[in-house]
Design a protein around this ligand. Structure first.
Ligand SMILES: [Zn+2]
Ligand SMILES: [Zn+2]
Length: 232
């Protein structure tokens, strides 16, 4: 028997962010899953949100959209998942039917959206979360892999992929990646190992990030404008 309340990190309005008790989510539609959050990350957009820089986000709203979770309850129409499945989870849900989905703006789905952001989904910075359209939103973690191995795939790696395809990188071309935090590291990795870039140039003012990109074999040249004489 689950408790009726749980701990959650809740956006309470611009600049106001608190750890508080909220009701444990319940199944609302037959396609929902209730899941226990097993690992969550902080995205830069969470920070923008807490600062009040995304005014369309309603509050109070539990934050967070990058996470892994274990299924604890399934709605009657859920087919691909069962209690106990450890999953990675997409950053949002979409209905595929509304005017926003039909126009390709899935993040603004009127019956879903990014978890913990605009729309109707509460976020993952909590003990439990309700996941709508769960068969299409949750993916069991392959055997032998951990939550840490997969947590960056649905948002960070996908964002890197989006950036590279927007830049129209072709095999044999060189690419400069400005900023090698999690998304930048993924960009270097994809450019080097999936898109066949000739040279990847990583640029950041944090040396440990540059060192990581180089150590992993994903950057050929590293530049730290805070230390290197870039003009030279
Ligand atoms: Zn994110
Ligand atoms: Zn929709």
């Amino acid at each position: 028997m689950m408790n009726e309340t749980m701990k959650a990190l809740v956006y309470q309005g611009p600049g106001r962010y608190e750890l508080t008790d909220v009701p444990v989510p319940e199944i609302k539609k037959p396609t929902d899953v209730i899941a226990k959050v097993t690992l969550a990350a902080i995205c830069t957009s969470d920070i923008h949100q807490v600062r009040g820089e995304i005014p369309a986000v309603p509050y109070p709203r539990t934050q967070g959209h990058e996470f892994c979770a274990e299924v604890v309850e399934t709605g009657s129409a859920v087919k691909k998942l069962k209690v106990g499945d450890r999953c990675m989870v997409l950053p949002g849900t979409f209905c595929g039917q509304c005017v926003m989905c039909q126009s390709g703006r899935f993040s603004f789905c009127q019956d879903g959206g990014i978890f913990g952001s605009i729309g109707s989904n509460e976020g993952c910075h909590a003990e439990y979360i309700r996941i709508p359209q769960a068969d299409y939103t949750m993916f069991p973690i392959p055997p032998g892999l951990t939550e840490e191995d997969v947590i960056l795939l649905p948002d960070m790696l996908a964002t890197a992929w989006f950036g590279i395809t927007n830049a129209n990188l072709q095999e044999g071309q060189s690419i400069a990646v400005i900023g090698v935090g999690p998304v930048g590291q993924c960009t270097c990795l994809l450019a080097k190992k999936a898109f066949g870039a000739k040279q990847v140039i990583a640029i950041d003012t944090l040396q440990y990030r540059l060192d990581l990109a180089q150590k992993e074999g994903n950057a050929d040249i590293i530049i730290n404008p805070a230390q290197d004489n870039v003009k030279q």
